[in-house]
Ligand binder design. Structure first.
Ligand code: URA
Length: 303
């Protein structure tokens, strides 16, 4: 007996809630079964444990300290006097990725090499379900680099970061201070869409961290704008969360890339556009952060 379409709507809702929100073809296909051999050997939890670069032999994170712990600057006071010069020990679950020189990010000396290394990476299960590797968007010569969390459905389809709803809001936020995508460079902590837009796991982040750190080292922006809690926690490795850190100017200190150079790269956490969509009352905070960015640009990023 043929059922009417309404009969199937609850099922579609359920698929959607489980994260299966994209139709790729008419017939179902198990991507885990059809993945190439090198990927399929990673399928069992045991194999994942044995092959994984990050779980079985994590070293204790070296005692990384930030150079300074600035207090929240106001849009009109960006002087170094507004910064506390204390040293703050940092604790998070992230350890240095022990793949070391074997990590595919390590050998990349150009953005194109990095793009290829990420496109062919197999060390993270997210690549199996993702359609594309979302590498970057915007202008690689820009002084400002925006770093989000991970691609969503639209980004996975198009290969461009921040092209869905949160991307439209991001464009509107940037426009408030007169900048657009030709004046910023955009990447994500994770280049592959987590199924159903779930948050990335610590081990996925640990695998991707050398990629984004190498990405920053190759672009060498003057400031990185960290969009949301995942980008903030991953790249700053601080106890404090986004609610406490947003709007602060902090020195960026990579965990890998010992060749990162001496020039100070500033980091400023701000709320992720999708958080603003859920909590519009927080828009004013992002507005304040944008004013800080505007002021910094006007000063050519010297503080
Ligand atoms: N959210 C992100 O963090 N990154 C994107 O590219 C899109 C949405």
């Amino acid at each position: 007996m043929t059922q009417s379409i309404t009969h199937y709507l609850p099922l579609l809702d359920w698929y959607n809630a489980m994260g299966a929100d994209t139709l790729f073809s008419d017939a179902p296909r198990d991507y885990y079964q059809t993945a190439d051999q090198s990927l399929s050997t990673l399928n069992t939890p045991k194999a994942i444990h044995n092959h994984s670069p990050y779980d079985s032999s994590l070293t204790v994170m070296p005692a990384i300290v930030t150079l300074a712990t600035p207090t929240k600057p106001s849009p009109i006071d960006l002087s170094r006097d507004s910064a506390k010069q204390g040293r703050a020990p940092v604790k998070t679950g992230l350890a240095r990725n022990d793949l070391g020189d074997a990590h595919p990010a390590r050998a990349c000396t150009t953005l194109e090499e990095l793009r290829q290394a990420m496109k062919t990476a197999t060390g993270c299960d997210l690549v199996k379900a993702a359609t594309t590797t979302v590498f970057s968007g915007g202008n690689p010569k820009a002084d400002i680099m925006l770093i989000g969390e991970a691609p969503g459905a639209e980004e996975d389809r198009t290969g461009e970061p921040f092209v869905g709803q949160s991307g439209q809001l991001l464009d509107a936020i940037l426009a408030t201070i007169g900048i657009d995508r030709t004046m910023v460079y955009i990447a994500n902590i994770i280049p592959w869409r987590p199924p159903g837009n779930r948050p990335p796991t610590t081990s996925e982040i640990a695998y991707c961290l050398p990629f984004i750190e190498r990405h920053i080292a190759l672009v060498r922006p003057k400031i990185i704008l960290l969009l949301g809690g995942v980008a903030t926690k991953t790249l700053l490795r601080r106890d404090d969360g986004i609610l406490k850190l947003r709007g602060e100017l902090l020195p960026y200190t990579p965990l890998h890339n010992d060749d990162a150079g001496d020039t100070l790269i500033l980091a400023m956490p701000t709320f992720h556009p999708s958080y603003i969509m859920r909590s519009p009352s927080q828009k004013s905070c992002v507005w304040k952060d944008m004013l800080i960015l505007k002021e910094l640009r006007a000063r050519n990023f010297s503080i």
